[in-house]
Design a protein around this ligand. Structure first.
Ligand code: ADP
Length: 493
């Protein structure tokens, strides 16, 4: 921990404690759990292993703070969010170091995540003043009807490990802009960045109780979060993570009928038609597939290439993939870091072994890189992938590109949509009619057309089908944190 603090320009950013009601505190039990560096497996810090009683204290604080925060003028909330944004940017290098240290992504990507996460805070600071309602055109004499947007109340934010800063920022920022208060639990693998972010929020003047955070081990996550699910004061859950846990949260919170946002798993198709610019398609695939070592929910999981260009595409792609530099985040030249933990590596190994056993060919990679460290997997291209393989049905979440062959547009669309998931989808084509048709027919919340980098704070991010519901970012992102109140005033001659 001392080593870790000395690697930061501002050691005080690292506060391995819960933040409840404006105070940094241990779990009531005093228990802690270890956070590891995925590059080496070493313990880098110990943070509170919270229990329901700690989660309850967070809800008490958020609930007490709600009336005061809701009553602030939107521009007062915006000013605080703007200060928070400035603090994130000013401390960007330390935050990037923390992200890379606990999550493993290359430092350049850590810096990118700081800018990306901060952009949501700036965006929602601006949107705070634009939460308009409607004056409904008069329907009956003597009555005025209005529809007002109000904050939903206390929000529980539960976030994953792959973007330790951006995922929590893009939940807390719209919640605060709308006038909600927050209880949050970051992923057990990556709590340190979230805690640093809260430290900056405190310095930016977010009042006590408006944001509260508790950390918990995987074992204690369910009971701690369970307290929020059962508590009627928590009016909304915003979750990003696996579909299995999302369904569980929806089921378990049904007793208090909360508003839900669920940003869940994907199984993104990436289709390359024979009229595509092949160089551009390879570049787009490299950008979207290998971001964060393949560990994002919008990473292409299945790559469909039309028969006529299949071999050429496979050739160009594997040369590029073989040249990727795999190294710890501390190496400035690193392009692919470690996977997050042993569970993640096991899944990748299972997918690749299953594919190879069923006839796939490894054009490059295909194995663990144990000489680099415990959690590394070689960037891999697998030719001759088929729908019988595990990697067709499940998200691999690693640096593995399976190439499927297709003949017609109809075949590609059928295969792309043959999944219960529907988060992102991508395709490359230069035919304007095909672009219109395929964009409409892909069952996904996000479609990249001749583009692999689709994320932006100004765009609505979210899925369809079992990838969930709700949208983050954009002008629609505030809807998830507000409810509509209809006011009918009578007696107006
Ligand atoms: P992943 O498989 O990528 O780790 P998860 O959906 O398991 O994704 O985890 C996402 C977030 O959900 C993490 O913060 C994790 O601690 C939390 N989580 C996991 N299981 C539960 C559970 N049963 N109840 C509440 N939160 C959970």
């Amino acid at each position: 921990m001392k080593d870790l603090q000395s690697s930061l320009d501002r050691p005080a950013l690292l506060s391995p404690l819960n933040f409840i009601d404006g105070e940094w505190q241990s779990a009531l039990s005093g228990e802690t759990f270890a956070v590891h560096n995925p590059a080496t497996g070493e313990v880098i810090a110990n943070v509170p292993d919270s229990q329901p009683v700690d989660a309850r204290a967070a809800t008490d604080a958020a609930s007490r703070a709600f009336p005061g925060w809701r009553e602030k003028l939107p521009k007062e909330r915006a000013a605080i969010l703007r200060k928070w944004y400035d603090a994130i940017v000013a401390n960007g290098e330390d935050l990037a170091r923390l992200i890379s240290l606990e999550q493993g992504k290359p430092l350049a990507e850590g810096r990118g995540e700081v800018a990306y996460g901060a952009s949501y805070v700036a965006w929602f600071a601006e949107e705070a003043s634009r939460i308009y309602g409607d004056i409904i055109p008069q329907q009956q004499r003597g009555k005025r009807m209005t529809a007002l947007k109000e904050p939903v109340g206390v929000v529980a934010a539960i976030t994953p490990w792959n973007f330790p800063l951006a995922m929590i920022a893009r939940k807390i920022a719209p919640a605060l802009a709308a006038g909600c208060t927050v209880v949050a639990k970051p992923a057990e693998d990556t709590p340190l960045t979230a805690l640093a972010l809260l430290k900056l929020a405190q310095e930016a003047g977010v009042p006590a109780g408006v944001i509260n955070i508790v950390t918990a081990s995987r074992e204690h996550a369910a009971p701690a979060v369970g307290d929020w699910l059962a508590d009627e004061r928590v009016r909304k859950i915003s979750f990003t993570g696996s579909t299995a846990v999302g369904k569980y949260l929806a089921r378990e919170s049904a007793g208090t009928l909360k508003k839900l946002s669920m940003e869940l798993g994907g199984n993104a198709p990436f289709i390359v038609f024979d009229d595509a610019d092949i160089e551009a398609a390879v570049a787009g695939l490299m950008a979207s597939k290998f971001r964060n070592g393949g560990q994002t929910c919008v990473c292409p999981n299945r790559v469909y290439v039309q028969s006529a260009i299949y071999d050429r595409f496979a050739d160009v792609l594997s040369t590029r993939v073989a040249a990727l530099k795999v190294a710890p985040a501390t190496d400035e030249a690193a392009q692919i870091g470690p996977m997050i933990n042993a569970r993640a590596i096991d899944k990748i190994v299972r997918h690749v072994e299953d594919a190879l056993a069923q006839g796939a060919r490894a054009l490059t990679g295909g194995k663990r890189l144990t000489d680099v460290g415990p959690n590394y997997f070689a960037p891999t291209v697998l030719a001759d992938a088929t729908a019988d393989m595990l990697l067709f049905r499940e998200e691999t979440f690693g640096p593995v590109v399976p190439l499927f062959r297709f003949d017609t547009e109809a075949d590609a669309l059928k295969a792309a949509n043959e999944t219960p998931f529907g988060l992102a989808a991508y395709f490359y084509s230069q035919d304007v009619r095909r672009i219109d048709r395929v964009s409409r027919l892909l069952e996904a919340g996000i479609v990249g057309v001749n583009e692999g980098a689709i994320s932006s704070e100004a765009a609505p991010f979210g899925g369809v089908k079992e990838s969930g519901y709700g949208r983050e970012g954009s002008r629609y992102g505030l809807d998830d944190y507000t409810t509509l109140k209809y006011v009918c005033q009578g007696g107006l001659a």
